[in-house]
Write a protein that binds this ligand. Structure first.
Ligand SMILES: *Cc1c(COP(=O)(O)O)cnc(C)c1O
Length: 375
């Protein structure tokens, strides 16, 4: 059994993928070929956002977003410690300071109350830092609480950059993920809900000015032409081949989102009364189920369950075993154990079950049987 079965998906669309790759081989425009603009157009239509800038990875998307906002040393950017390293890494890479706020224990997303306390407390705790923005993460495919977050951002003059690396296809109050902040960054890493066959990412924004900056940053800060450079940028382009592959995958994506939804509903129904806590989806939100993560009673319980599943040939994973404030890479920020107790407790108890659109009912029943059978 696979944790994420990319081969099942490929079997469905192999012909279309080969056809799209062949078209690129024929026209030979490997860099910024016509597939890039076509993909940007279709991603924007899907997410309901005016401008899309495809780029080389989700990490580059986050980096380019912060560069477009001019984030620099002395700036503070608020985010969650319970996420993949890239979210906070890019803040540090620009010399700015990540300021973490703990998560809501039900959704594992940033807790608006904790966030507000960090924003208000910044002046006392870090008088030398200038508050600039917030990067909420839509963890496991579930949008964060944008109603509260956007209200707070407005009140304090901060930008909101949605880390939608896991949430392309999700929804918040009728609006698709990638359209929930001032701009949004997603990833097309192969294992994400919409993945290519290599690295890829995209930035979404309704702000035309920001989009222009991002287009320039993506290609070495170019101005009127290739050898006119008006700002510092990077080589952040997506390969034409990856866009060609994504175009084939995007055509079946809405159906795959529904299939993921069905898998998640079956898990959640089966876990009732099992002693495991299934993920919470607040009203009017739709997760895209990048991961189906459950909370065990404690670390020992998690170890026992993971071992039992492994013996039955069922793979599991832990996202994330160590919150970012405890990572050595961020030791300079002077956080310690106990700084964010909810994140730490989640990291000790959480694990993820196989989740992909092609997980059939027989396999899923087997996972559930092993999971809820007594030791
Ligand atoms: C995957 C991921 C990223 C980084 O995306 P890459 O395409 O791997 O660079 C950033 N943030 C989160 C939350 C992610 O899950």
């Amino acid at each position: 059994m696979q944790f994420i079965d990319l081969a099942a998906q490929q079997r469905r669309i192999r012909n279309q993928i080969e056809e799209n790759i062949r078209a690129v081989l024929d026209h030979g425009k490997y860099i910024m070929g016509p597939e890039i603009a076509e993909l940007e157009q279709r991603l924007g239509e899907y997410a309901g956002v005016k401008n899309v800038i495809c780029c080389a990875s989700g990490t580059d998307a986050l980096l380019m977003g912060l560069m477009a906002y001019g984030v620099k040393p002395g700036d503070a950017v608020f985010t969650t410690p319970f996420t993949f390293i890239a979210t906070a890494e890019v803040i540090r890479l620009l010399g700015a300071t990540p300021v973490f706020a703990d998560i809501d224990p039900n959704t594992c997303n940033i807790d608006p109350g904790a966030l507000e306390a960090e924003i208000i407390g910044l002046e006392t705790r870090h008088p030398n830092l200038t508050p600039r923005g917030i990067i909420p993460v839509d963890l496991f495919g579930l949008p964060a609480d944008y109603g509260e977050i956007n209200r707070m951002a407005k009140a304090h003059g901060l930008f909101v950059m949605e880390d939608a690396a896991q949430s392309f296809g999700a929804e918040y109050h009728g609006q698709k993920a990638c359209g929930l902040g001032d701009c949004a960054c997603t990833s097309f890493f192969p294992a994400k809900p919409l993945g290519c066959y290599g690295d890829g990412g995209a930035i979404f924004t309704d702000n035309g000015n920001l989009a222009q900056w991002l287009q320039s940053i993506r290609i070495h800060g170019q101005g009127k032409n290739k050898y006119d450079n008006i700002r510092i940028g990077l080589n952040g382009r997506m390969d034409t081949l990856q866009a060609a592959i994504l175009l084939a995958k995007l055509s079946i994506f809405p159906e795959e989102v529904d299939l993921r939804q069905a898998v998640a509903l079956r898990y959640t129904a089966a876990l009732e009364g099992s002693g495991l806590i299934p993920p919470t989806v607040p009203p009017k939100l739709k997760s895209v189920w990048a991961q189906y993560s459950v909370l065990a009673e404690d670390g020992d319980h998690r170890n026992r369950l993971q071992a039992r599943l492994k013996d039955a040939g069922i793979p599991t994973a832990i996202y994330y075993p160590k919150p970012l404030h405890l990572q050595e890479a961020f030791s300079g920020l002077k956080y310690e154990k106990g700084s964010f107790p909810v994140s730490e407790a989640c990291a000790a108890r959480i694990f993820s079950l196989p989740m992909h659109p092609y997980l059939d009912q027989t396999d899923q029943d087997r996972i559930i049987d092993v999971l809820i059978s007594n030791p």
